[in-house]
Design a protein around this ligand. Structure first.
Ligand code: DGL
Length: 272
C-alpha cells in the first residue's frame, strides 16, 4: 500500500503582536516537527481598543498574507481577533481549518472552577463583546463571570516590561479589587494572549489558591488533535517570522519569551 503523501505545508499563527507567541510555544511543544509562520501585526497593535469591524478587517488581512504563503491551517492566537473575526474568517476561507482561542479557554475555565465563580481579564474589545461569558455560560449556565479589561498589560508585554515594580504595581491595581469580595472567584482566566507573558506578576497579585487559566495549552491540544493525528513529524520544525513593524523589538521580546534567539534580520516586515 502506498502511504498517503504528508501535507508539509506550514501552520499560520497570528496575533496583534508578541502575545500569540504564548500560543506558538504551546503549539511547538505539541507539534515539534511542524513548520509555523507567525505574523505579528505590530504596526496596528493594540487590537483590543478597536471596534469589532476594524479587528475583523485586520484579521482578514492577516489571514490573506498567511494564506498567500501556503499555510494549511490558521490559528488565531489572539482573543480579540477570535471574538471579532472567527465567523468571517471561516466564511472567507472554507477550505482552511481555522482555530480560535476563546472556546478552548472557556472550556479550561469551566473545568478548573469548583465555586463556579470565574474572573476573566482581557482587552476592552473582548470584555465588551462578552465573548467569554457566552462561551462559559454555554457550558456552565450557573457560573458567575466577572470580566475586567486590563489593556496596560498588553503595552507592558510588548515593551518587555514583564517583571519589576512597574508591572507589579499595575497588576496589583487591576487585580486586587477583583478579589476583595467575600464571593471571590477561584479561577482567573488570562483572556488575552499577551497576559501569560506577565504570569509571575499576575500570580503574585492574586490569592495563592486561585487557579490561573490560559488558553494556549488547550488551544494547542485542540490543534494537535485536529491536525497532527498521525503524531508523525511533517515539516522540519521551521519557524518563519513576519511583522508589520518594529522587527528589532519583536525579535528582542520574542527571543526572551521563547528562550531561543530571533535575530532582527530573521523578522520579515510585511505590509497588509
Ligand atoms: N493578544 C491579543 C488578545 O489576545 C490582544 C492584544 C491587543 O492587541 O490589544 O486579545
Amino acid at each position: 500500500m502506498v502511504a498517503r503523501e504528508r501535507d508539509v505545508r506550514p501552520i499560520g499563527v497570528f496575533d496583534s503582536g508578541v502575545g500569540g507567541l504564548t500560543v506558538l510555544r504551546a503549539l511547538q511543544a505539541r507539534l515539534p516537527g511542524e513548520d509555523f509562520i507567525y505574523l505579528g501585526d505590530t504596526a496596528r497593535l493594540p487590537y483590543g481598543s478597536k471596534s469589532r469591524e476594524t479587528v475583523e478587517r485586520y484579521s482578514l488581512q492577516c489571514a490573506r498574507v498567511l494564506i498567500a504563503r501556503g499555510v494549511r491551517a490558521l490559528v488565531v492566537a489572539c482573543n480579540t481577533a477570535s471574538a471579532a473575526a472567527l465567523p468571517a474568517l471561516r466564511a472567507a476561507h472554507p477550505e482552511l481549518q481555522v482555530f480560535g482561542v476563546i472556546e478552548p479557554g472557556a472550556i479550561a475555565a469551566v473545568r478548573a472552577t469548583a465555586s463556579r465563580r470565574i474572573a476573566v481579564i482581557a482587552t476592552p474589545a473582548t470584555v465588551q463583546g462578552r465573548a467569554y461569558e457566552l462561551q462559559i455560560h454555554a457550558r456552565a449556565p450557573e457560573a458567575r463571570v466577572r470580566a475586567l479589561a486590563c489593556p496596560l498589560f498588553v503595552a507592558l508585554a510588548e515593551e518587555g516590561w514583564t517583571e519589576g515594580p512597574v508591572a507589579e504595581a499595575v497588576a496589583r491595581r487591576y487585580l486586587a479589587p477583583l478579589f476583595e469580595t467575600v464571593e471571590r472567584p477561584d479561577v482567573l482566566v488570562l483572556g488575552c494572549t499577551h497576559f501569560p507573558l506577565l504570569r509571575p506578576v499576575i500570580r503574585a497579585a492574586i490569592p495563592a489558591d486561585t487557579a490561573l487559566v490560559d488558553s494556549a495549552e488547550t488551544t494547542a491540544a485542540e490543534v494537535a488533535t485536529a491536525l497532527g493525528g498521525t503524531g508523525a513529524a511533517r515539516g522540519s520544525g521551521k519557524l518563519t517570522w513576519l511583522a508589520t513593524d518594529g522587527a528589532a523589538r519583536f525579535a528582542q521580546v520574542g527571543s526572551r519569551f521563547l528562550g531561543r534567539t530571533i535575530e532582527p534580520q530573521e523578522v520579515e516586515l510585511v505590509d497588509l
